[in-house]
Design a protein around this ligand. Structure first.
Ligand code: FES
Length: 89
């Protein structure tokens, strides 16, 4: 049986702000960097003792994401491109 305590997303990485691992990952996936995550959550704005842990976790996320980046997200599927609008003359 899995409890909330067993969920690694619930691990608090910044004890000053109460920022959890899952929050950091979600903000990273939205494209925020360390500074943006800090501004959004308040992490790194207290004692600064979490800096190493959060930087390390972001490094892990970047390495994981490097191999799984969606390459076709910005391109429409083949054969599904919109037709050019008819020109009026
Ligand atoms: S533990 Fe994050 S600022 Fe203190």
């Amino acid at each position: 049986m899995t409890t909330d305590k067993d969920n690694p997303d619930n691990e608090v990485l910044c004890h000053c702000s109460g920022t959890k691992r899952g929050q950091i990952r979600a903000l990273f996936l939205e494209g925020r960097d360390l500074e943006g995550i800090s501004r959004w959550t308040g992490a790194l704005t207290g004692c600064g003792g979490c800096e190493w842990d959060i930087e390390w976790y972001l490094k892990e996320l970047k390495e994981e994401g490097a191999g799984a980046a969606p390459s076709s997200a910005a391109e429409p599927p083949a054969g599904d491109s919109p037709e050019a609008p008819a020109e009026e003359s």
